[in-house]
Structure formats: C-alpha cells, structure tokens
Design a protein. Structure first.
Length: 319
C-alpha cells in the first residue's frame, strides 16, 4: 500500500524491479505499463506514472500510428477494441483521439508524444520497450517518422530504448536508416506454439507439433530438437544486430518438453550479449508457479508480465 507522509504527501508503493533466481537477477518488464495492482487502464499515462514512481526497471507500451504524425498507445488497430471510439486508429487525428476514453475509465488514450515528454526528464535507469503493433511494410518516410518521434527519449542517457515489432521487415528498415537503434525480435510469425484457435500466421501445425509453415516441417524427418535448432538458428538471424529476443512462454515450455532449450541455444549460437525475454507470464494463470520456475530455470533474462507484484510474491522460495 502507498505510504502517507503528513496530510498531503503520498509516496507511491514500491514495485518489484527484478526476481532473484539461482543467484542471478531476472528483470520484470511491465507489459502495457501495468503494475498488476489494477488501478489504471493499460497503456495509459496514469499507468506510466505509477510504474515510474514505483521504481520499475523495464516497461513496455504499444503504439499505433495516427493520421497526423503522432502515435496512440493502443494495442489494436481499431479504436473500438480499447476505447469509446470506432474506426481505424491510423485514420484518426490526435484531437479526436483525446476526446475518447479508454474503456472502463475516465482517462483519454495516451500519445507517444505525451509519454516522450514524461520519459525525457526521467532520472533513473530504465529500459523502455516501444512495441510497434503495425505490421504493414513501412516506407522510408514511415520509419523516419518513428525515429524522429523517439528522439526525445533516446537522448535521455538514463534510458535504454528498444524497438520491438513482429514485422521483422520494418526492424531491418529501421536498422538500415539508423544502425544505432536497438531492436528486439519476436519470430512468432514464423515459429510458435499452437496455443489457440485464432486464424493467424503461421497457419499450419506441422509434423513436429509447432505452428510453422516452413517446408522442413512438412514431415518428421529429424529429431524434434534438431528441427528446432535449425529453425531457431535461421530465424535468429533475420534482423542483424538484434539485441533482444522475445519468446512466447508456451513455446519455451513446449520446446523444453521436446528436449530443446531455446534460451540456452540462442545465447550460445549468437555468441554475443543478448536479452532473452519470456512472455507473458502472469500470476493468475493456472500453473503459474510451475511455468515461472520453468522459464527461470531455462535461463531467461527478462519476464514480461501484467502482474509483476503478484509474480514477485509467487517467485518467493524458488531457486
């Protein structure tokens, strides 16, 4: 709970920045800026202030492009998914966006420029992952627009800014235009665990039991671990210089069950310092403690979660 100092000064509750497992620190990344305390809507300015005041070490927020050059902190490309509005986010201007409200709250949607103004003056070490949700291939102008929007936070020496995107083609473009930009890769469009019935890429559950449209999986010709090694190796090289890799929790667990540790393999194969993240590990999920212990034992450096406070409590006594 928050501590009250005198009649008008309130100190925000401390939030866990890391988990300790087997003598090492594993970073907790606050997904969609959520503390897990349920006080603010995801990707909101109030949520940002809460996690900053609470001492988070790593945060992540989603962005979608707006029609007038700014970006909305929204996960989906349709306004009705998360706000009181209706229509395509990329056809909406900032003024119209700010007239809306995030669902279940009185708070308007937030823009990247608002977030940048807050983060530009932040004076504590912090990793900021900007997750670009749009998968449409960007033009050079689109990419330069994003780089310009990120300038205020990238200039802050206290921040480590990482751009994540499922669209590896857009990450490659960013790196061509600015080789200093730090990017993180998630290859779930090419290799994933079949966790739901949603129609998405990859479209096929292959002979090895993974979502993967590559011909190598059309029939079971290799041991599963060898198949996974070949696929993870090739996919890890899609974006040269990627410094972070985001692996779905269920993919890690399935691969471990098949005798292959993708975390160790990536780190050894790349032969350079990288951050490997397991997403999304939430305390309320059935079997969460066992899942958490499994990804920690696998060696992940970072855990993406909506429930950092509860997850830290769940981790007590592990390792």
């Amino acid at each position: 709970m928050a501590r009250v100092l005198g009649p008008s000064v309130t100190v925000a509750p401390a939030l866990p920045a890391n988990l300790t497992y087997a003598g090492r620190q594993v970073t907790l990344k606050y997904h969609k800026l959520l503390s897990g305390l349920g006080r603010h809507p995801p990707n909101s300015l109030a949520a940002l202030r809460e996690v900053l005041d609470g001492g988070a070490a790593a945060i992540e927020f989603d962005i979608q492009p707006l029609a007038d050059g700014d970006y909305a902190l929204l996960h989906d490309g349709r306004l009705e998914s998360e706000t009181t509005g209706f229509g395509a986010v990329d056809r909406t201007v900032t003024r119209a966006l700010k007239a809306l409200r995030l669902r279940g709250s009185d708070e308007p949607p937030t823009t990247l420029s608002e977030v940048a103004a807050v983060l530009a003056s932040h004076r504590a070490p912090l990793k900021v992952q900007v997750d670009c949700k749009e998968q449409r291939p960007w033009s050079e102008a689109d990419a330069r627009r994003l780089l310009k929007a990120l300038e205020p936070i990238r200039r802050n020496p206290h921040l480590r800014v990482v751009v994540g995107c499922l669209a590896d083609w857009n990450l490659r473009l960013l790196r061509r235009l600015d080789p200093t930009v730090v990017v993180g890769l998630d290859f779930m469009l090419y290799l994933d665990s079949p966790v739901d019935d949603a129609i998405r890429l990859p479209t096929r559950v292959n002979a090895y039991g993974y979502l993967d449209d590559h011909p190598v999986g059309y029939r079971r010709a290799l041991p599963v671990a060898d198949y996974l090694a070949d696929r993870v190796e090739s996919l890890s090289m899609m974006v040269a210089g990627a410094e972070e890799f985001y692996l779905r929790k269920e993919f890690i667990l399935q691969a471990l069950g098949d005798g292959f540790n993708p975390v160790v393999f990536l780190r050894e194969r790349l032969g350079r310092p990288v951050v490997i993240d397991a997403w999304t590990v939430n305390a309320h999920h059935p079997g969460a403690r066992d899942e958490l212990e499994a990804v920690l034992r696998a060696g992940v450096d970072q855990i993406t979660t909506d429930t950092a406070t509860a997850l830290a409590a769940l981790a007590e006594g592990l390792g």
